[in-house]
Design a protein around this ligand. Structure first.
Ligand SMILES: *Cc1c(COP(=O)(O)O)cnc(C)c1O
Length: 348
């Protein structure tokens, strides 16, 4: 006899929640997710292969935290790690906001943050960027939100926000300010030193992009010891696997020059791609990241689909506020860029 039992209702905030489903069938040249197309930090790869798996990892990954603190140039008690910076963002939101509280962010920005806001039962307030893709500090401050999320360089525009505006938000916000610097290695400057002056500011970073370790899931954040202590509680134990722990430490110890080389490659490839696009009459947002947001005069979803059919993945951004219809292209080695442009030309 089969007993059919219905599933009890999930928490209220989950009822309208959907699974995260990026349009990501495999393709020959994937320029769609801003990962490192030159590869992974080499010492991390060898350390990962040799990792011992029988024992539990360090509870709060203190060794990795110390290495990240040295990399950034702050004390260890100013750093918290997590399972990707996604997890660090989610943990910070959970630590500092109750269900029903408000999270303010710019539009457009990193698509995962509205998801974390929703999972945590928060209300969203989206504020348009300025005409030069900078953060609207007046509008975000007026929201008086428990959490204010800033992303600089911003995904998907690639533009960095001005330091004066970031600093003003850090100084005047009533709640916690999360500054996502996932792409900071490719940018002209970081704002991480502001954490020494503003106790409510948490700068969130990752080893997924410049270090090429997205598969390992290593994120971290830098902030005042009091702020970091709360995020560490919310993040919980054992979030860094034994493999990520040894591999991340190896990369920080031995692969910094490799990362510098990647940064040079990205900056060169970004300038070249932007020029090629301009020669085709396509406008791009000035980028400080490893991708370009390109304004297109056609339906970007249809364009991305056709390009993927020809083996090149790009990400469609229909109707982006203050930009219009656009696609986002990750920059990579020359042969990938050449193929990407051939397919773009064929599809436009
Ligand atoms: C890619 C990206 C991240 C990185 O996320 P991980 O979870 O660390 O892989 C974080 N923030 C932004 C804006 C990103 O684009």
């Amino acid at each position: 006899m089969t007993v059919v039992m219905s599933v009890p209702p999930a928490r209220a905030a989950f009822r309208s929640l959907e699974l995260y489903t990026p349009d990501r069938e495999a393709c020959a040249v994937d320029l769609s997710d801003n990962t490192n197309l030159w590869g992974s930090a080499p010492s991390a790869v060898s350390a990962a292969a040799a990792a011992s798996l029988t024992r539990y990892p360090s509870v709060y990954a203190d060794g990795l935290r110390d290495a990240l603190a040295a990399y950034v140039g702050v004390a260890s008690e100013c750093v918290v790690t997590g399972c990707g910076s996604d997890d660090v963002l989610d943990s910070a939101i959970r630590a500092f906001a109750d269900p029903g509280d408000k999270l303010a962010l710019s539009d457009p920005t990193f698509h995962m943050v509205p998801l974390f806001a929703k999972v945590n039962g928060l209300r969203l307030r989206r504020e348009e960027l300025t005409s030069v893709h900078d953060v609207d500090d007046d509008a975000l401050l007026a929201a008086r939100a428990r959490i204010t999320y800033l992303c600089s360089p911003n995904n998907p525009t690639g533009a960095a926000f001005s330091r004066e505006r970031i600093e003003r938000i850090a100084r005047e916000a009533v709640g916690v300010v999360l500054l996502d610097e996932a792409y900071v290695e490719f940018a002209a400057a970081s704002c991480v030193e502001l954490v020494a002056r503003y106790e409510r500011l948490l700068v969130v970073r990752t080893m997924s992009k410049a270090f090429g370790l997205a598969g390992l899931r290593i994120g971290y954040a830098v902030g005042s010891p009091a702020l970091v202590a709360e995020v560490t509680k919310a993040r919980g134990p054992y979030k860094i696997s034994a493999v990520a722990d040894v591999a991340g430490r190896a990369a920080l110890a031995e692969d910094r020059e490799w990362v510098q080389g990647i940064v040079q490659n990205v900056r060169r490839a970004r300038a070249e791609l932007s020029l090629e696009l301009r020669l085709r009459g396509l406008e791009t947002v000035p980028s400080e990241a490893n991708f370009l947001l390109v304004k297109v005069g056609v339906d970007p979803v249809e364009l991305a689909k056709r390009m993927r059919g020809m083996g090149v993945g790009v990400r469609a951004f229909p109707n982006v506020r203050s930009v219009g219809d656009a696609i986002r292209i990750t920059v990579g080695p020359r042969e990938m860029m050449v193929r990407g442009l051939e397919v773009l030309d064929a599809c436009l």
